[in-house]
Write a new protein. Structure first.
Length: 415
């Protein structure tokens, strides 16, 4: 007899992914459901279905709600996840857009599961950042005067829409949608004006006199920054940071996003995040030269984590007991001695194959090539979802490998 379950192979990865998500505590999501037996209302879609759709879709490199919604109608794997429940594009998009706290909490639960089962080792982690293009055009960047003019025009447009509230030629749905869009544009422009004023205040007196130095901010994504990309071009982007365990599993244990084009000051917050998620602070952290600052090294080393990174340029070695050596803190001297040793160089050599591989997989396997959601929060949502999808797969593979290594106990049959 034909059933949907028969159309999904018994060893398909979606079954294991669904099993992992079914074991997570989704109280946070379930508490948001307003419809119930007492209050009434249309039955809500089980949040496990929506979470599984996004996690599995992300493992397949799908990042658009419209694509996943189409698969729900045509693909047996996605139909199996839904179990006969109809899921539309708008529902999927809203779930992801509001999922920052949810994905963050689910990632923590998966990390704790990996640690509790002894599947990952937090002794050593590797951190690296990758710049991801935003869903906004380079021509959306405007100077302060232009942004203020656009904001004034947007407010006037909203007032005009509200004045036509009783126009019978427009339906209520259309009117509400137009006013919502107008308010969202005003909110974005207000953020853009606030940011461009902050950037202008940071300019020196000489820079303020030069019209070419006037800061520009995107009218559609005010927090985005033009960054130098891997191909040498400059595009609106965010700096996505991942911290990965330097063991055989390579699980992501920390995620952050910034609007800065450099990595200075990112080590300490990431290590604090990892400790908050897992209850354990890594003993060693591997980073590239973009993270190396004296203050950061001192702070991280005092926190109990050894830093492995390239020597700051210029690579001049201070003579032991010399003036430059005496000016260094205890933590700095320990760092210099460690990274110049043969053992230290061997440890640092692992960074590329751990951290850079995570960034490469985030783009090639989990669709983190273009940020479909705007703003820092939107970028964080997509980064967290990519990390969650990877760690769920790590948990599935690690459990399967552990099960194969575990001997089956002998069964004694009484005679």
């Amino acid at each position: 007899m034909f059933t949907l379950d028969n159309r999904v192979p018994a060893d398909h990865s979606v079954r294991e992914i669904e099993a992992v998500i079914a074991g997570l505590d989704l109280t946070m999501l379930e508490s948001r459901i307003r419809a119930n037996a007492e209050a009434g209302g249309r039955p809500a879609i089980d949040p496990r279905i929506l979470l599984t759709l996004w996690v599995y879709g992300t493992t397949q490199g799908e990042v658009e709600a419209s694509t996943i919604a189409r698969h729900v109608q045509t693909d047996d794997i996605y139909r199996w996840i839904c179990g006969g429940v109809s899921v539309g594009e708008r529902k999927l998009a809203d779930f992801r857009a509001k999922g920052a706290e949810v994905f963050d909490a689910m990632l923590t639960q998966v990390i704790v599961a990996l640690m509790t089962e002894g599947l990952i080792d937090l002794h050593r982690t590797a951190q690296d950042g990758t710049r991801v293009r935003t869903w906004t055009g380079a021509d959306s960047f405007r100077r302060q005067d232009t942004l203020e003019t656009l904001l004034t025009a947007a407010k006037a447009h909203l007032e005009a829409l509200q004045a036509q509230a009783h126009d019978g030629r427009r339906s209520k749905v259309a009117r509400v949608a137009q006013e919502r869009g107008a308010r969202q544009r005003i909110e974005r422009l207000e953020r853009a004006v606030a940011r461009v004023r902050t950037l202008a205040a940071e300019l020196s007196e000489a820079e303020r006199k030069d019209p070419k130095k006037a800061p520009r901010v995107s009218a559609t994504d005010p927090e985005a920054t033009r960054m130098k990309m891997s191909d040498g071009g400059f595009r609106p982007a965010y700096n996505v940071q991942f911290d990965t365990t330097a063991d055989s599993q390579g699980a992501v244990v920390g995620v952050s996003v910034s609007a800065r084009g450099n990595d200075y000051g990112e080590m300490t917050p990431m290590l604090e995040q990892v400790e908050q998620r897992s209850g354990q602070r890594p003993d060693q952290t591997l980073v590239d030269g973009g993270y190396v600052q004296k203050e950061d090294i001192r702070r991280v080393e005092q926190g109990g984590t050894q830093v492995f990174a390239p020597l700051p340029k210029p690579k001049r070695v201070a003579a032991p007991g010399g003036k430059r050596d005496q000016e260094r803190s205890v933590e700095e001297r320990a760092f210099y001695e460690r990274i110049q040793s043969t053992e230290g160089k061997a440890v640092y050599h692992q960074r590329g194959e751990v951290a850079e591989l995570t960034n490469a997989h985030a783009k090639s396997r989990y669709g983190l090539v273009l940020l479909m959601l705007r703003g820092l929060k939107g970028a964080l949502v997509m980064a967290l979802l990519a990390a969650l999808a990877k760690d769920v797969q790590v948990l599935v593979r690690a459990r399967a490998a552990q099960a194969q290594r575990t001997p089956i106990a002998a069964v004694t049959i009484a005679t």
